[in-house]
Design a protein around this ligand. Structure first.
Ligand code: CA
Length: 228
C-alpha cells in the first residue's frame, strides 16, 4: 500500500524501530511517536490511514487515548498488547479498536493486519459518494453536500444502509430486516415507501438542482438503491 501513512505510538525503542523499519519496507510511510502527547500533535498535522497503538505509554494508557480519539476521529486503530487481560478489554469494551496483536509479534503480521483493516475501512464507501454523503454514526446524522439531511431515527437507518453500499439494491423486506428487525409483520411496502419519499424530499430540500429520485433510485418492483 504505497504512501499510506501509519502512526506508530510505542515507547519501547527497539519494538518501535523494528516495526517502523518493516512497515516502510512494505511500502507504508510509518511515523513513530513515543507518547500520547506526541500522538495528539502528529494527528493534528497529518491524516493517517491507521494507527498502531501500544497500551502502556509513559503519559497514559492506549485505551483511554483510543476512546478520546473516537470522539472526533475514525482512523482505524490496531492495538499492540502485552497481556491477555488487555486483550479482554479490547474485545469486551467498546473502546473503538479495530484489531490487535499480542507481544511478542512479528512486524510482518502487523503489516498484514494493517492492510486488512485499511481495505475493510475503504471498501464500504466509494470515494465519490463520500463527498456527497457523510455518515456520523455517533451523532446518528447524515449530511449531503455538507448539509444535514433531516431524518427521523428510522430514516437515518435506511439512508445509512443505502449510503454504505451504493449501487446495491435493497428490497423492502431487506430494508425492514436491517433497519427495524423487531417489527417484521408490519405493512412493509407502504411503510418503506413512505420513509423513502420523506428522505427524498429532504435530500431535495438541500439542493434544488438535483432530482432526489436520481440519487435515491427505485429499482422497479425490487427495491431501492443509491446511485453510484
Ligand atoms: Ca509500552
Amino acid at each position: 500500500m504505497p504512501g499510506k501513512k501509519i502512526l506508530v505510538v510505542e515507547d519501547e525503542p527497539s519494538i518501535a524501530e523494528t516495526l517502523v523499519h518493516v512497515l516502510n519496507e512494505q511500502g507504508f510511510e510509518a511515523i513513530r511517536v513515543a507518547t500520547i502527547l506526541e500522538a495528539r500533535e502528529a494527528l493534528k498535522i497529518n491524516v493517517f490511514s491507521a494507527i498502531v497503538l501500544d497500551v502502556g505509554l509513559p503519559d497514559g494508557n492506549g485505551f483511554d487515548f483510543c476512546k478520546e480519539l473516537r470522539k472526533t476521529n475514525e482512523t482505524p486503530v490496531l492495538f499492540l498488547t502485552a497481556r491477555s487481560d488487555e486483550v479482554d478489554k479490547i474485545v469486551g469494551l467498546e473502546i473503538g479498536a479495530d484489531d490487535y496483536v499480542t507481544k511478542p509479534f512479528s512486524p510482518r503480521e502487523v503489516s498484514a493486519r494493517l492492510k486488512a483493516i485499511i481495505k475493510r475501512v475503504q471498501e464500504p464507501i466509494p470515494v465519490n459518494q463520500d463527498i456527497h454523503f457523510k455518515v456520523d454514526e455517533e451523532k446518528k446524522r447524515i449530511t449531503y453536500k455538507g448539509k444535514l439531511v433531516e431524518t427521523r431515527p428510522i430514516e437515518y437507518e435506511i439512508l445509512k444502509l443505502l449510503v454504505k453500499r451504493p449501487g446495491r439494491v435493497f428490497s423492502r423486506e431487506e430494508i425492514i430486516e436491517f433497519c427495524w428487525p423487531d417489527e417484521p409483520n408490519m405493512d412493509s411496502n407502504r411503510t418503506v415507501d413512505t420513509h423513502i419519499k420523506t428522505i427524498r424530499k429532504n435530500i431535495g430540500a438541500i439542493d434544488p438542482n438535483t432530482d432526489p429520485k436520481s440519487i435515491l433510485k427505485t429499482s422497479s418492483k425490487v427495491g431501492f438503491y443509491l446511485s453510484e
